[in-house]
Every structure is written in structure tokens, then in C-alpha cells.
Design a protein around this ligand. Sequence first.
Ligand SMILES: *Cc1c(COP(=O)(O)O)cnc(C)c1O
Length: 358
Amino acid sequence: MTYTITIEESSSKKQKPADHELGFGKYYTDHMFILDYDKGKGWHSPRVIPYQPITLDPAAKIFHYGQSVFEGLKAYRTNDGRILLFRPDRNFKRLNLSNARLSIPELDEELALDALLKLLTVDQDWIPSSEGTSLYIRPFIIATEAALGVAPSTQYKFMIILSPVGSYYEEGIHPVKIYVESGYVRAVAGGVGNAKTAGNYAAGLKAQEEASEKGYSQVLWLDGVHKQYIEEVGSMNVFFKINGKVITPALNGSILDGITRNSIIELLKQMGITVEERQISMEEIYQAHQEGTLEEAFGTGTAAVISPIGELHWRDEQLIINQGETGELAGKLYETLTSIQLGRIEGPKGWVVELPKS
Ligand SMILES: *Cc1c(COP(=O)(O)O)cnc(C)c1O
């Protein structure tokens, strides 16, 4: 496919926030990327334009039937001034897997990556440099056809927006308290749990809200059929260290194939640690905790990278893990993966993509 990405530069640049004010997803850069789709014509008109609101017909399908997918990744500024992305090819590959499930037309992955690099080049001054900060990248697709019939949309928009974000751990990596959800479920095999689609998050808000009222930061989802087997945590995959071995739920069709998950499995193998990807019940975790063999638990995802779990609340019991402290392995994995992402140590081939100097 041949294409030309046009660039329309913004004439009024925004004031950039100070690094300590960033938070998560509060500020957006000066530009955005848009690509349109029309049935019969395919994806067309790739362009970088000034960041701006979009206009949609109230009948646009996204509002009624939720046909949308998204991705999340980060760009980092290194100490020596380079700009690095972490495995971006996998994000666009996954976007297409989500597209396939939601009946959204496939996107040219090369074009998408190219578009991202162009947008980053234009807005590179927005990438913060203090420790722990980064530029969060949100590619997404919405159905825009104005028609209320329940059928895949004939029109879409693919967009990329950028948001400078602060350090996830202002005071260093620290453990979170997690509520094991036995009532609500997130997904079932055959549903859309393995797609990064908006509805999964809307459906999880209620449980998240209730857990938060009880003092827990996120919920641990169990399988939708038996409500026994562990799935994932909020927007993170989950790992347990039991008796020296690391166990994580297998990709069973209802959990997301996290890029951080995949990278952590790879790093653990390199460290010579046994990793099992399999079905794992909450009962097994409880037993291991009772026997004193549950050594660590942690979540993995782009936002926090590694989130140690200090406490699990399950059936009126509080399981305190590793005295509520960050485990040695979680700490080491965090250090290793963030060092790779920041270009401080060499990771496996192809993990880090450098933005070409303009
Ligand atoms: C995005 C996401 C993850 C983490 O995926 P990464 O690629 O590691 O960021 C895990 N679970 C859910 C439900 C997610 O949406």
C-alpha cells in the first residue's frame, strides 16, 4: 500500500505543564493523527493535524453499539536524549486482533506505526524527561456511520492522541490491595475479553467502584463460568510466585494478551525461573497462602509496568502477601524492564524502537 501522511502544524502551541503536575491522562499534546475508513474506499487520508474536538452525528454507531477498540503504549526520553518506544509493533498487531473480533476492518500495521512516528516527531518536545515520566500513546478506532441498524459500521476513524504522564510511583514502587470479585464478572471465553474494546471497561466500572469504597485499589477478576479461576486484575495481567515457581493464567480467550505479560515471561525464562502458563484457581492461591508458599503476587501492564500485590481480599479473608511489601522478584523485574524501556540496558532484539532523529 502506498500512502502519504500529511502534516498540518498547529499555529498556537499550548503551554506545557510542569513534570510534577502531569498525573495520568490529563494533558494532551498539540497534534493528533487521523485516518478515515469508508466502505468501498478502505482506509484513507492519513494526516497529522492540530489537536482538536471531532464532530460526529448523534446516530454514529460508536454511541449506540460500542464498536470501538484501543491500544496503550508509551514513549520514553532517555538520559542521552533519544526517544524510545517499547515493542510498538505488538500494539498494532493486537489492535488488529481486536478489530477482527469487533468486525472493524483491518488496519495497515506499518502505516499505523509510521503515523505514530510522524506524530511523535511533530510533538517530541512534549515527551517529559524526569524520572518515571513518559508520553502515553492512545491509538483507537471508533465506528462513525450514522445508522441505527445493528450491523458493522461502514465508516470508521482511527486516531492517535498523546498525553504526557507523570511517574506512576511517586514514592517508588509499592504494593496495592486487591479485591477478589466473586459477584460481577468481566468476560467469558467466546466473548470480547481478549479484545481491547471499550465495553469491557464500562462493564468493570461498577465492581471497581465498590472495591474502591472498601479501600481496595482494583479488582481481581475470576472466570465468568465457575467464578473460581483467576483471570486478570483491572487493566493488568497477574502473576504469582509459589515455591520458587512463577504462575500466570494461560491465554484462555477471555483475558488480554498483555505485552508486559509477554515480556515478563520472557525475562523470567532468561533468569532461569520456571514460568507456568495455566489455569489457576483462587483456592490454590488460598492454600499456598495458608501453607506459606505464596511468596509474591504482582500485576503487569503498560501504565505501572509492575504492580506488586500486598493484599488479596477473598471471601471475607485478607491474605497478606510478603508482609505487604514489594517482593524481591517483582522489584527486580520492575528494575530490569524499566531499564530496558529507558535504554539503560540492552533487552531482547527488537524490543526497543528508536524514533529517527528529524
Ligand atoms: C491493556 C490491558 C492489559 C495490559 O496489557 P499491556 O499490553 O501489558 O499494557 C491487561 N489487561 C487488560 C484488560 C488490558 O486492557
